[in-house]
Design a protein around this ligand. Structure first.
Ligand code: ATP
Ligand code: MG
Length: 224
């Protein structure tokens, strides 16, 4: 990792270099899409896989839309980008999904197709700050390098602190520059529950889907 920003110049796509963006995606929003696009360009990713969580290990405290709704919204959101793909790797599994397992499954799939995986896990600085509490972070870092994108309120990691937490793995983490969008799925859900517009915060097709299926309208979804 360089002092903070890296890879200012766009990289040509490297065959087999794949980004993975895991999330609840309830719903997917422009912050997710911008993070994926920034990573794709800065790292020369051939593709970015969006992996909706099946049963998210970290979010039992609120209602969660069905996997079918969340996956469909991801598919609608990425439809115009040939480098973006939706992955069922987590929603097809029973029980909680851990990133280290997801990365191993995706890596095995690439190996089965006769190629050596070159994987990058994409996550925000806010999510990275909690990495030590994830299941098997060292195994995840062995399977994937990590691209950390900025997020409001979170400091990007520096090499020394990564190295202190995960000795010998400091080089596996790269902090990227990029647009900082103060958008979260929580914000989207709260706005819908309050009857407010989410236009320009999510792709139009996602806003239309949310409306059509009456997602997030009940007060159960509200956090404030
Ligand atoms: P929630 O508000 O329900 O927690 P979220 O907006 O954080 O939702 P997730 O599905 O939890 O969305 O996020 C998946 C990944 O995308 C995480 O690594 C998260 O940090 C990252 N991410 C989410 N929103 C942004 C954003 N605005 N900018 C950069 N990264 C983001
Ligand atoms: Mg979140």
């Amino acid at each position: 990792m360089t002092g903070g920003a890296t890879a200012a110049a766009p990289q040509r796509a490297v065959p087999g270099r794949i980004g993975i963006l895991g999330g609840t995606f309830d719903p997917i929003h422009l912050g997710h899409l911008a993070a994926a696009e920034e990573s794709r360009e800065a790292l020369g990713l051939e593709a970015v896989l969006f992996v909706p969580a099946g049963l998210p290990p970290h979010k039992p405290d609120r209602p969660i839309s069905s996997a079918a709704h969340r996956l469909t919204m991801v598919e609608l959101a990425i439809a115009g980008n040939p480098a973006f793909r939706a992955s069922r790797a987590e929603i097809d599994r029973v029980g909680p999904s851990y990133a280290a397992d997801t990365a191993a499954i995706i890596g095995d799939g690439i190996r089965a197709a006769g190629r050596e995986p070159d994987l990058w896990w994409i996550l925000s600085a806010e999510a990275f700050a909690g990495l030590a509490s994830w299941r098997d972070p060292e195994r995840l870092l062995a399977a994937c390098r990590m691209a950390v994108v900025p997020r409001p309120g979170a400091r990007p990691p520096v090499r020394a602190s990564v190295e202190a937490l995960f000795p010998g793995l400091g080089d596996r983490v790269v902090a990227l520059d990029g647009p900082i969008l103060d958008i979260s799925s929580t914000l989207i859900r709260d706005r819908v529950a309050a009857g407010r517009s989410i236009r320009y915060l999510v792709p139009d097709a996602v806003a239309a889907y949310v409306e059509e299926h009456h997602l997030y309208t009940s007060d159960l979804w509200r956090t404030n």
